[in-house]
Design a protein around this ligand. Structure first.
Ligand SMILES: [Zn+2]
Length: 413
């Protein structure tokens, strides 16, 4: 069992509030501001670790300790330890709990070093990296838990959200937490509403907060259909949009317009537009990359033609989303080279889960940031099959199959 001084305490009060208490180095404690489980969880999902991750990647990929064939010395590990500590310290502002758990993990990693042999030095270094990765791993899991539990579940009951979570990630619920005996100053006994829990990792703390969240029905977590952020609706009515603002307008103002207009037919038309864009890009790449005598045999697409088409398509798309064009007019306009077979789009069959959602459900550690890599794909069709580079982002998008925020799908140019 981890020592008590590395444990995180969470105290609940009778009104749904929580306080996280961390032991400090001097034997005292640091009490974080009072909050509620739902807001603490939303904050945890949104914490921006990007600068931290960048530094972490730099350590993993270029610190001399991890270089193959390098002569591992004690000073190398000392240098890593110093850098790891400094990196953990950068978390203090954005996430004090993570700062604390990472520091505790680094301490534990340093303690495994005892005989000074190269393999132990290396192992200690690797353990330090693992400790540094903990907040990021916990966030990936929590994001997946949120996607499963709160995405598209605004019309469900709290109970149904819980059951959904339990059926997909049984390990995330039904845990037991150690509760410390607490009593009031006057000796009143422990009550169910005012309790003190003890956990030893950041992820465990998140699961505990999730369990506490599910104990009540008054406040719920919802996902905004426009921006896809999570929020706590103010009333018990089903609420589709949050109050965040983009360009001076809130999601509540921006969302309903798009929502009313776009359906499977529009999705399909936009998809056709995207396919054409890729086709043009592939033609450009082939044409520009070819020798002069080969160019004569290819579909002519130089930088200027490509730019002209892209601008035309962008304007047409914007006009279509403003409802100034019908689907047919939109497709006719972007079909500059007369290659679409028809301007009639059939709405695809009712869509089930996307591949992206299935991946999330299969693996709580699924991380879109690392799961996709840029690769070459063979595009069949016109006029002959051709290889094309598909970026990680495009793959994720394809696997999402339209399961995205309205802002992502239609709001941006
Ligand atoms: Zn929103």
């Amino acid at each position: 069992m981890p020592e008590l001084r590395t444990m995180i305490c969470l105290e609940t009060d009778g009104s749904g509030g929580i306080e996280v208490v961390l032991p400090d180095e001097g034997g005292g404690e640091v009490r974080l501001p009072r909050t509620t489980p739902e807001w603490e969880l939303i904050l945890a999902v949104e914490t921006d670790y990007s600068a931290y991750c960048k530094e972490l990647r730099r350590l993993r990929e270029s610190h001399p300790l991890f270089e193959e064939l390098s002569d591992i010395r004690e000073t190398c590990l000392q240098d890593l330890t110093t850098q790891a500590r400094a990196l953990a310290e950068t978390l203090r502002e954005i996430d004090p709990v993570a700062c604390f758990t990472v520091a505790a993990g680094l301490d534990a990693a340093r303690r495994i070093r005892d005989d000074g042999s190269a393999s132990l030095l290396l192992r200690s270094g690797q353990r330090q990296l693992l400790a540094l990765e903990e907040p990021v791993r916990a966030q990936v899991r929590l994001r997946n838990i949120f996607a499963v539990t709160f995405d598209g579940m605004e019309r469900a009951t709290q109970r149904e959200r819980y059951e959904k979570l339990r059926s997909v990630y049984p390990d995330a619920v039904g845990r037991h937490y150690r509760m410390r005996w607490t009593e009031e100053a006057d000796g009143a006994p422990l009550s169910d509403t005012c309790s003190e829990y003890v956990v030893s990792s950041l992820y465990e703390l998140r699961l505990l907060e999730l369990a506490l969240y599910f104990r009540q029905e008054k406040r719920r977590i919802a996902r905004c259909e426009y921006c896809w952020s999570y929020f706590v609706p103010k009333t018990s009515h089903a609420t589709a949009y949050c109050d965040r603002a983009f360009g001076g307008k809130t999601c509540k103002q921006l969302g309903p317009n798009l929502k009313r207009f776009v359906g499977p037919e529009q999705d399909e038309a936009l998809h056709v537009c995207e396919q054409l864009r890729r086709r043009m890009a592939a033609r450009l790449e082939r044409y520009e990359g070819a020798l002069a005598d080969e160019q004569a045999r290819l579909f002519k697409m130089d930088t200027f033609q490509y730019r002209d088409w892209s601008e035309l398509a962008r304007d047409a798309r914007a006009a279509y989303l403003r409802r100034e064009l019908t689907t047919e007019e939109f497709l006719r306009r972007i079909d500059v080279y007369h290659e679409l077979e028809s301007y009639d789009v059939a709405a695809p069959d009712a869509q089930g889960k996307s591949v992206f959602q299935e991946r999330i459900e299969r693996d709580v550690d699924f991380d879109p940031a690392t799961a996709y890599q840029t690769m070459q794909v063979l595009e069949l069709g016109e006029p002959e099959p051709a290889w094309r580079i598909e970026t990680a982002e495009e793959q994720a998008r394809r696997e999402r199959r339209g399961h995205e925020s309205l802002r992502e799908k239609y709001g941006k140019e």
